[in-house]
Design a protein around this ligand. Sequence first.
Ligand code: ADP
Ligand code: MG
Length: 729
Amino acid sequence: MSQLRFKVVDEAFNRKADPVEIPTERPEKYYGKYVFNRQKMFEYLPAKTFSVLINAIDNKEPLPREVADSVAEGMMRWAIDNGARHYSHWFQPLTETTAEKHDAFIDHDGKGGVIENFNGKMLVQQEPDASSFPNGGIRNTFEARGYSAWDISSPAFILDNTLCIPTIFISYTGESLDYKTPLLRALNSVDKAATAVARLFDDKVNHVKSYLGWEQEYFLVDESLYSARPDLMLTGRTLMGHESAKNQQLEDHYFGAIPSRVEAFMLDLEIECHKLGIPAKTRHNEVAPNQFELAPIFEETNLANDHNLLLMTIIAEVARRHHFRVLLHEKPFAGINGSGKHNNWSLGTDTGVLLFAPGKTKKDNLQFITFVVNVMAAVYRYNGLLKASIMSATNAHRLGANEAPPAIISIFTGSQLAEILTRIENSTNDELADLTNKEGLNLNVSQIPEIMLDTTDRNRTSPFAFTGNRFEFRAVGSSANCACSMIALNAVVAEQLIDFKQKIDSRLSAGESLNHALLEEIRALIKLSAPIHFDGNGYSDEWREEAQQRGLDCETSTPVIFDAYLDPNSVKMFEATGVFSKKELEARNEVKWEMYTKKIQIEARVLGDLAINHIIPVATRYQSILLDNVFKIKALFPAEKSEEIAAPDLVTIEKISDHMRIIKTEVAKMVDARRTANRIENERDKAIAYHDNVVPCMSVIRYHIDKLELMVDNEMWPLPKYRELLFIR
Ligand code: ADP
Ligand code: MG
């Protein structure tokens, strides 16, 4: 039994770093090699086609059909030149992975042979027979058609000899069935709303882009160890396992030296990223053992998100090449840090101004403050919705644990920005006195031009932090599609900015000066959003209490948290910004609840199986060895002496019995709870039943298995232990 464990541990322990094929050229030569970027477009498309396409991309205009044919022709030639044989529409169904359906370029040539063909129709639109994607009831089987349509703002790329075309995925009746469609709508909406506000400061602004720089955290586990853990294989996390004596308490892992096997993997991954045009830049060890991070240079949000999804695909492939398995789960191991995906987010104008960065002039800074307070107000008003946007069955394990943001959304501003906001709030007129503070930081917006913010002022416990020129949404889970949080964030900010602009406009038409109008509205927003501002320790219990008093959303049950999407204010906001219709919101929540249920259901099944078929038999066997020993002691020694000698074994025997009894009872209870929950029709109620009745059994079962792990003979224990999973490189 345990021979398998020792064999895989041995294999893992002795594994050497795999060789990496390092390109002989410098990165600028192979960067974007597999991307149909502007340079390739210029090379492969007729001049006229190129200019129409670029215009369509830059100005969000539709692409005429004849031009699409010409684009397809050039794109195919480029793809074939780079070894592609197939093409695929690449889209983002509501499963949090991407989907591809590959078609070969070949077509009949009319003479019994084939030619390679790819035209505008195939490029622009397809009808994936995809009735088995989650759709929350939007798509009845008699209308099972879904359309995928090319998103020209994200370039096509080649992955595994297949030309992949980023597409949106919608139903026959036009409802979104994916993440990209609403993301593009939200980005459009925030573009319009933010442009209108930015034009108060500079009428040369025509567009505002949303930027995203994600930081992807992940764990690596040796493939042999992984294959000996059915829970990791089937659920992405360990459902049992006693804490290792050493884990992260020495804090020797964060930014520590990267082990050579991992370094080889990272280099390989980086090269793959660069070939696919993903600007991977930063790599380092994370806090937990065997935990790492990769971060690219930030990009426009839609492209950045495509790149993150692509990364999640290739990281798994590259890990396999190095005999690792990558764990993108938010909490693969209990007791040590989980993984997040910080979403660094900002808005920037087409005139080159980052709107959350302080500037040099007083006008710049009034604009900076304007945008910052609007974000704060939007996050305050929709804190429950933003929490829903990052919530999932898997992220629930991470949030609220003592190492991740709590399940309460608040904003960290840092002391300098906080001070500026307080001064503005307390000032009463626009002719503010000169208020220079000790560092020469001038806090009077109407008088003093320069604000320099200290970006080292950080707070790691905050779920949403201002970090100098951007906000960092840290509560996002490592396995999530970033679009989910980016849709909500950009949409709520868009609505807030629309509202702000209207208020300014009516003040202006009442004859107020722009400065006065802005400062008055800014003061109102600072007051309004005060409850969301929290710079203290988000892990503390006091914060939970205080947040409750402040009226922030403190719900902790994942299925109930999803209700925020259907709150009348959310529905109104999503409809007003054109991001979701009510029907879409309802359908998506059905999917969220269904996903939640399925994830817990799978975990519960795996745990039940492991408990009854792996752990109980081993514990029983060990117990009977002890029993045998007691009998032999009793046979050999005089009664009194034998009692004394056998006493410790008897205690262990009893303890093992207790644990086994509880495990069996709880497994039976869990199976029952599942059965009852499965009979519930309503998806929300079913998810709640899983949360309330199934999940608690799982914790009890785990607790008792972990106790057994400490008692049973190490040689007999069937599953690789935490100390083996986490410390072998
Ligand atoms: P840290 O771990 O200290 O937060 P990292 O360097 O790991 O910092 O990640 C910072 C991320 O933020 C990078 O992806 C970076 O490109 C991104 N970023 C920097 N400035 C902006 C910005 N204005 N908008 C969006 N993302 C940004
Ligand atoms: Mg960060």
